[in-house]
Design a protein around this ligand. Structure first.
Ligand code: VGL
Length: 207
């Protein structure tokens, strides 16, 4: 089964100092960088979705929506967080471009060359997605549920997601699991990474 990593909306506006900061949002960057490293080492594809809104959309408060303006195309706030170590080969999916849609799901996203996410996944015969990012109860949830609905297997990276509201995030997590997502952590994916490094001196002494 072909696997891929999908990082959802790790953008400046959802991190501290941004327009719609997710509390503890920055904390998922380090584990995500570890997942990136693992997938890169195995030569597996990595996708990063981004909220990519026009100046005006029904998603924003000033047009009757729920949210302050955030992740406006080509602004600093819409850039991926500088500490996220995405490589050149990462496929970027831009979502939320339709002013008539909330655009929460990465499946509404399109790659740089205009292909729908579903199309890109089919081309590479990817059937299993490892999903982490922000925010648990919005873009992560909508993306995970949509992936399951479309028949993909989903591994939810529970050590690399964070929500805006902790109760809502907890509920969203439960819903994703009930619908068929499996919980995944760094330790479970790559236990070998967490072994303490061998200290040569000690090693020599104990022989
Ligand atoms: C998101 C709230 C508003 C998300 C996007 O990326 O989860 N949340 N827009």
């Amino acid at each position: 089964m072909n696997k891929a990593l999908l990082i959802v909306d790790l953008q400046n506006d959802f991190c501290s100092g941004g327009k719609l900061p997710v509390p503890k949002g920055d904390k998922v960057i380090e584990p995500l960088n570890n997942y990136i490293q693992i997938f890169q080492a195995k030569g597996l594809p990595i996708f990063a979705s981004r909220d990519w809104h026009p100046e005006e959309t029904k998603h924003f408060k000033d047009s009757g929506g729920d949210w302050p303006k955030h992740c406006i195309q080509h602004t600093k706030g819409a850039e991926f967080h500088p500490s996220l170590s995405l490589s050149e080969s990462t496929v970027i999916l831009s979502a939320g471009m339709d002013p008539e849609s909330e655009g929460y799901s990465a499946f509404e996203g399109k790659s740089q060359n205009g292909k729908r996410f579903q199309e890109v996944l089919e081309e590479q015969n990817i059937q299993k997605l490892y999903i982490g990012g922000l925010a648990t109860e919005f873009c992560v949830k909508h993306t995970v549920l949509e992936a399951l609905k479309r028949g993909f297997k989903v591994q939810l990276l529970i050590d690399a997601i964070s929500g805006i509201d902790s109760e809502a995030a907890k509920k969203a997590r439960e819903e994703m699991i009930t619908q068929g997502a499996e919980k995944m952590t760094l330790d479970a994916l790559s236990p070998i990474r967490n072994l303490p490094a061998i200290k040569t001196g000690k090693f020599q002494k104990s022989r």
